[in-house]
Ligand binder design. Structure first.
Ligand code: NZQ
Ligand code: ZN
Length: 386
């Protein structure tokens, strides 16, 4: 196992009827700006519950944070926070609202052009406004980590950043808040959490059996509940609870501590979203099977372990078992309703040329756990995904 630091100060309040806990979790004297996306939090009553729990605290609401949140919209909230003097932010939503809130929290006290936060991947953040989360969409793990991804439309860039100052103070995870999610978002959530686990697990062995088994447990849980989530006629509390906790644990630092990490699939996926507005998880479903195929030599040992322990693949030559493990992954994404080919989005060779240009423009030229996924290797991955 490699050396590591593990720091995660986020307080989790998990379970039914936990929104009321805001009354004790938000500082009593806070002046609160609630941040939401489109209409969902208002429509399903979550926003009303949140406002009630805030009691006599001064609060206001900023709405309109879009999926794949934009720099442009977030900067409007930054102006509002500065003008009105809000000192606590409360994200009510999924990964997009939480990520935008992280950016706003960092940008409010930031001096100079806030886009520099993205250009320096957050290393220039020295402090941030405090914030908490009410999660409505389990997928990204943003509710218990210190990272975020922001899009800037004028230059078609979608860039990640992180900072030790950007952990939520608390996150309320009430699985019943997922009941109004469309099936498509549930499927996206399962696949995003699955790929987060793979990015930290499917690299090369470093004698970290505990992290491996945590990761395999998450993958097996997602494989078990995923199809049920799609077909259930009524939401099942236990399956929603399992999805919520699995998605949080998949990216809160636990399974990635002391092991190599990949993230090449995510970096290529972000370019697909920035250019073609494909949902985040859907880009991952396109890239990951092709990535595993392209990297089957470098990932040989872990692919065999994954095949055996997650999919029960024990027969055939090593090569055949690796192929079967990759096929099982592709089949799982397809069963979840996420296409695994660029052609499903009418994208071909022209798109690949543009993707490679964008990866180069964003410095994404040495990706993967070995730092050897060059633009030429990314091109092979995308060609394999045609
Ligand atoms: O905008 P509203 O009306 O709220 O609707 C949202 C949105 O349209 C809807 N929704 C959310 N909760 C709902 C609901 N609809 C009905 N009932 C509810 N309870 O769902 C739609 C998608 O929401 P969004 O927040 O965009 O989805 P997700 O949670 O998948 O977040 C995706 C973003 O997170 C980033 C992605 O790149 C993308 O920008 N990621 C963040 C990460 C992180 N911070 O660690 C890691 C991930 O890899 C990912 O990159
Ligand atoms: Zn993701």
């Amino acid at each position: 196992m490699n050396n590591f630091d593990f720091y995660n100060p986020t307080h989790i309040a998990f379970g039914k009827d936990r929104v009321g806990d805001l009354s004790r979790l938000v500082p009593a004297s806070a002046k609160v700006l609630i941040l939401v996306g489109g209409a969902s939090a208002e429509k399903n009553g979550t926003l009303a519950e949140v406002r009630q729990a805030l009691g006599t605290r001064t609060h206001s609401t900023f709405s309109g944070i879009e999926p794949n949140p934009s720099f442009e919209t977030a900067m409007k909230a930054v102006d509002l926070v500065r003008q009105e003097g809000f000192d606590f932010l409360l994200a009510v939503g999924g990964g997009s609202v939480i990520d935008a809130t992280k950016f706003i929290a960092a940008a409010v006290p930031f001096e100079g052009d806030a886009w520099n936060i993205l250009l320096q991947r957050g290393s220039n953040i020295t402090h941030a406004v405090s914030f908490g989360v009410v999660l409505t969409l389990p997928a990204t793990g943003s509710e218990m980590n210190n990272g975020a991804v922001i899009t800037r439309h004028d230059i078609s860039a979608k860039l990640p950043f992180r900072s030790p100052h950007l952990f939520p103070k608390f996150s309320i995870l009430d699985p019943t808040k997922t009941y109004t999610l469309p099936v498509k978002q549930l499927a996206n959530g399962v696949v995003d959490a699955f790929v987060h686990t793979m990015e930290q697990y499917l690299t090369y062995p470093v004698n970290a059996p505990l992290q491996d088994r945590f990761a395999e447990g998450l993958l097996q849980t997602l494989v078990e509940i995923g199809p049920r989530l799609l077909t259930a006629t009524e939401p099942d509390y236990d399956d929603r609870a399992s999805l919520t906790w699995a998605a949080t644990l998949a990216l809160n630092g636990l399974i990635g501590a002391g092991v190599p990490q990949d993230w090449a699939t995510h970096m290529i996926g972000h370019e697909l979203t920035a250019q073609y507005n494909i949902d985040h998880a859907r880009t991952l479903a396109i890239v990951l099977p092709a990535m595993l195929h392209e990297r089957r030599a470098q990932k040989h040992d872990k692919l065999l372990q994954y095949g055996q322990r997650v999919w029960g693949i024990c027969e055939g030559t090593e090569d055949e078992r690796i192929t079967a493990a990759i096929d099982a992954t592709r089949d799982f994404f397809e069963r979840m309703g996420l296409p695994t080919r660029l052609s499903a989005y009418d994208l071909g060779q022209d798109a690949i040329d543009l993707m490679i240009q964008q990866l180069e423009a964003h410095g994404m030229t040495k990706l993967g756990e070995h730092g050897d996924i060059t633009p030429a290797a990314s091109r092979r991955v995308l060609v394999a995904a045609l």
